[in-house]
Design a protein around this ligand. Structure first.
Ligand code: ADP
Ligand code: TZD
Ligand code: MG
Length: 569
């Protein structure tokens, strides 16, 4: 229902109503935001028009919810913010969406341009569009209601086409209240045709890649979250199984093919990176997460094939011998279609050596998982989690922290695509509750968020949002009393706690009690299993405070090598 069908006798509409109509005809189903001047009525009208409005406690979480909904649906997630401070709070999430390649649009009200441009001191005045520009894929401002349809279409195209990303859409207070003829306004609306144009790769590039792969003795496929986003799991399964090549999933690509697939080399990561002679990257960048494709972790003679929609990604960190620029699904389709004469088949010896390492590492891991400790450590607690999750293989797993992140990634297997949602390319804390809410609202499945106690604190107030909307989200706080660990002594003279310390006895479970959710406090794997089973079975908001030994975390988790430890103590 648009403004005209709802108000058949109206002669005029205004920017606020027309914007809602434009979002509606473009298929927007949910808006994540925080209201205030000048967008409160906009949210009300959107709700009235049948768009779900999810109101948050902080714009950053609303932005993360929008970003993850973009990742899950291939439609831009929408975040709504007020001027200046609200806009800035949302901008971190919008920037992160851009870095991660998630389609998202932040729509922000903005104050009077005349006052802002002369710097005369308006209420929440800021030159928002120009502030946003360096951080986002595109930034636009709509000054007149007759430009709304075009403005929204441009934002959608920019968010979705090529490498997806974050778009800032500035809507001025004056524009929102400007009226125009209702029939002209409705006639201006449209939906962009083919906003994600398929990019077909060049067949010469595909043949070059296949030739390189056919000469490999130790081939490896690395699957990244670009492949997960593209929903390329069907083609990837066919390619991997036809060729017998081992694969390594990047963190959020876990589950594109199941972690227990016989060709999954995740638990032989060092071996495959150190020895592979031809590496095929499918929607994964050679950034810090892959040591930029060079250095002691990599076979120095490895040659690279890269499937990516973004041409300038090629050679970004090291030479790419066979770039295949195109949409991942289209590129894999062409590879599958042209591969027969190249006779690509992974040799048995390579898979055998991988399997030997996988088995040895699995045994080492089993030993750690099965060793009881008091208090619990990351291994025996996450073993309990992974056992309970055997009955919940189809739920979202949101994950952030340092040790809480790395250990969960290593211990908890994923079996389906796009269910593991984590700190992503930036390694940012604070995505937890926003991603959980966005996934629950968008995907209609329940969510388990495994959170470090520090990580949880960045968005913890959103448990009120979770309870208010009665979302099926269980938050598991792995509480070791600090950032990395919780047993450090402060070095000051005044008895202040160490920089890494949080409150050792903090009872995060009591927070959710304030909002009527289910609360658990657990200190043993048995209690954890029982609490997690009850929480997940309830399909309602729950928080488990899980006490972890404060002394067992590693500084910076698994990326301590990036920490510039002082040489002078
Ligand atoms: P990971 O962190 O999992 O390694 P990255 O975010 O670094 O993954 O890389 C994802 C890559 O996927 C980006 O370079 C992006 O351009 C690419 N990508 C995203 N969507 C598509 C698509 N539909 N087709 C091709 N490439 C894509
Ligand atoms: N701020 C932001 C926005 N992102 C960050 N990554 C950090 C700060 C620094 N940081 C990390 O890189 S991990 C982490 C911080 C603060 C928290 C680690 O503590 P945790 O997890 O309790 O979440 P563990 O299990 O104690 O390691
Ligand atoms: Mg911690």
């Amino acid at each position: 229902m648009n403004y005209i069908t709802e108000n058949p006798n109206a002669a005029l509409t205004d920017g606020m109503h027309l914007l809602v109509d434009a979002l509606k005809i473009n298929g927007v189903e949910a808006i994540y935001g925080v209201v205030g001047i000048p967008v409160t009525d906009l949210a009300r009208y959107a709700q009235k028009a049948g768009i779900r409005y999810i109101g948050f406690r902080h714009e950053q979480s609303a932005g993360h919810a929008a970003a993850i909904s973009g990742y899950l649906t291939k439609k831009p997630g929408i975040c709504l913010t007020v001027s200046a401070p609200g806009f800035l709070n949302g901008l971190t999430a919008l920037t992160e969406a851009t870095i991660n390649g998630f389609p998202m649009i932040q729509i922000s009200g903005s104050s009077d341009r005349n006052i802002i441009d002369l710097q005369q001191g308006d209420y929440e005045g800021l030159d928002q569009m120009n502030v946003a520009k360096p951080f986002v894929k595109a930034a636009y401002r709509i000054n007149r209601p007759q430009d709304i349809a075009i403005g929204v279409a441009r934002a959608i195209r920019a968010a979705l086409s090529g490498r997806p990303g974050g778009v800032y859409l500035d809507i001025t207070t004056a524009m929102l209240s400007t009226t125009m003829d209702v029939h002209e306004a409705q006639a201006s609306l449209f939906t962009p045709v083919d906003p994600i144009p398929v990019q077909i790769p060049c067949s010469t590039a595909v043949k070059r890649a296949l030739k390189l792969l056919s000469g490999a003795t130790k081939p490896l496929v690395i699957i990244g979250k670009g492949a997960a986003y593209s929903q390329a799991e069907g083609q990837l399964k066919e390619f991997i199984e036809k060729t017998g090549i081992p694969f390594l999933p990047m963190s959020m690509a876990k589950g594109v093919l199941p972690d227990d697939h016989p060709q999954c080399a995740a638990s032989a990561r060092s071996l495959v990176l150190g020895q592979a002679d031809v590496v095929m990257l499918v929607g994964a960048r050679l950034n810090w997460l892959l040591n930029h494709g060079k250095g002691k972790k990599w076979n120095p003679n490895a040659k690279f094939i890269q499937l990516d929609v973004c041409a300038e990604e090629m050679d970004s960190n090291r030479p790419i011998e066979a770039p295949v620029v195109g949409s991942i699904c289209a590129s894999l389709d062409m590879i599958l279609c042209k591969m027969e004469p190249f006779n690509i088949r992974c040799g048995e010896a390579w898979m055998k050596s991988i399997n030997a390492v996988k088995q040895a590492n699995a045994e080492k891991m089993q030993q750690k998982l099965n060793t009881p400790t008091e208090p619990m450590n990351y291994f025996n607690s996450l073993k309990a989690v992974s056992e309970v999750l055997q009955d919940y293989k189809d739920i979202y797993l949101v994950n952030e922290g340092a040790n809480a992140l790395d250990n969960t990634r290593n211990i908890v297997n994923m079996y389906h695509p796009r269910l593991r949602l984590d700190t992503g390319t930036w390694g940012v804390m604070g995505v937890g509750m926003g991603y959980s809410i966005g996934a629950a609202v968008t995907g209609g499945k329940q969510v388990l968020a495994v959170e470090g106690d520090s990580a949880f604190g960045f968005s913890g107030m959103e448990i009120e949002t979770i309870c208010r909307y009665r979302l099926p989200i269980t938050v598991l706080v792995l509480n070791n009393g600090g950032i990395y660990r919780g047993d450090e002594k402060g070095q000051g003279q005044n008895g202040d706690p160490a920089p890494t310390m949080l409150m050792p006895e903090a009872r995060y479970d009591r927070l959710i009690e304030a909002f009527g959710g289910m609360a658990f406090h657990v200190t043993t794997p048995e209690e954890l299993k029982e609490a997690l089973s009850a929480a997940l079975a309830s399909k309602s908001p729950a928080l488990i405070n899980c006490v972890i030994d404060p002394s067992v975390g590693l500084e910076s988790g698994h990326i301590g090598n990036l920490n510039p430890h002082s040489t002078v103590k």
